[in-house]
Design a protein around this ligand. Structure first.
Ligand code: F6P
Length: 372
């Protein structure tokens, strides 16, 4: 006998922050699972802009109905059918003043009111640390909220893995495989910069899987002299090419992270460390060096089977969590299960690479230099 209290439930779904392969799979699983329970789903466009910036959606499509039909066939698609943004945190929304300066305004109440006006009191928020911190505040203000952990960076705490990471990692590893042959043919050093923000998960895991010779990650500040020494040693042993993987957040000992730009209302953009490392290594080793920045290629493409599956599991688990009456939680992978953890705990700290973890030890045992 269906529970009459659960009939007519309306769930909003949004995707926030940088896109990641698997977002669409979460959306599809959530919509199908909700429909099976007789509930309705609504997509909010571009983070929360569908509610906060109605002028951008003059046809009223800022919040729109998602059905089995609208999510048909989207599991293998990269990106997000809802659109996303990593600008304009609604808790610190930048509003330009007449003198050109900005003040930050908390617009979270407008989100809750915008949903309420549409008869919606529930949100499935799919995002990384920033988006889930916002979701946590909305939950504290009374909205029923379940978070789903997304990011290619894998830097979210309290889940073994985020979806999107495996796809990014697979692409980075394949890129390294391809670079080996050209590096070998030209006897060059290839420096490969990968995303990951302040965590080195992508660099570390792809660097090992793709047989690199040095890996520079934010968690282990490097000494460029030591990296050059490791590459010179290889040369002396007859190895005429080398591959160096650099996380965008890597920094030299005593130095700082390389930032491309810092704009009002958004996180700083990292990047440029690959060029710096490449230039320095060419000078120090005398060996011709080329730099490849994988950048946003890591965010594109179809999700791997692993990412699809955890994304589908997360989407279905989010709806189960709502049915069980949970709010203010994030679904998290804790193999072999998906469990629920408080959003508060998941967003308290960034998950970085423990410098004594087995993966770092493995790299060291394989003779890979961290420049330390
Ligand atoms: O968090 C995902 C991520 O791709 C980071 O690895 C990277 O630093 C950032 O987003 C890039 O953001 P944007 O899309 O604004 O360039």
């Amino acid at each position: 006998m269906p529970n009459p209290n659960k009939q007519g439930r309306k769930i909003a779904i949004n995707t926030g922050g940088g896109d990641a392969p698997g977002l669409n799979a979460v959306i599809r699983a959530a919509v199908l699972s909700a429909e099976r329970r007789g509930w309705e789903c609504y997509g909010i466009r571009d983070g929360f802009n569908g509610i906060l910036m109605p002028d951008e959606f003059p046809d009223g499509s800022g919040v729109y109905r998602l059905t089995r039909k609208t999510v048909h066939g989207i599991t293998p698609l990269g990106g997000t059918i809802l659109g996303t943004t990593n600008r304009g945190n609604p808790l610190k929304f930048p509003v330009k003043q007449s003198d050109g300066s900005f003040v930050e305004v908390d617009r979270s109440d407008e989100i809750i009111a915008g949903l309420k006006a549409r008869g919606i009191d529930t949100l499935i928020a799919i995002g990384g640390d920033g988006s889930l911190s916002i979701a946590n505040v909305l939950a504290q203000k009374g909205l029923k909220v379940v978070g789903v952990p997304k990011t290619i960076d894998n830097d979210l705490d309290k889940t073994v893995i985020t979806f999107g990471f495996d796809t990014a990692l697979s692409f980075a590893t394949e890129s390294l495989d391809r670079l080996h042959t050209t590096a070998e043919s030209h006897h060059r050093i290839m420096v490969v910069e990968v995303m990951g923000r302040y965590a080195g998960w992508i660099a570390l895991n792809s660097g090992i899987s793709g047989s690199s010779d040095a890996i520079l990650i934010p968690e282990i500040p490097y000494d460029i002299g030591k990296v050059a020494e490791a590459l010179r040693r290889r040369r002396a042993q007859g190895r005429r090419s080398s591959i160096v993987v650099v996380a965008e957040g890597a920094k030299p000992k005593g130095g700082t992270t390389t930032v491309i730009e810092k704009e009002v209302g958004r996180a700083e953009r990292l990047g440029g460390i690959g060029e710096r490392v490449g230039k320095e290594l060419q000078e120090l080793t005398g060996q011709e060096t080329r730099v490849v920045v994988l950048g946003h290629l890591l965010r594109g493409g179809t999700p791997t089977t692993f990412d699809r599956l955890i994304a589908l599991r997360f989407g279905a688990a989010a709806v189960r969590a709502l049915e069980e009456g949970h709010s203010g939680i994030m679904v998290a992978l804790d193999p072999p299960s998906v469990r629920y953890v408080p959003l508060e705990d998941a967003t308290r700290r960034m998950k970085t690479v423990p410098t004594d973890c087995d993966t770092v030890l493995t790299a060291r045992d394989l003779g890979i230099s961290f420049g330390d």
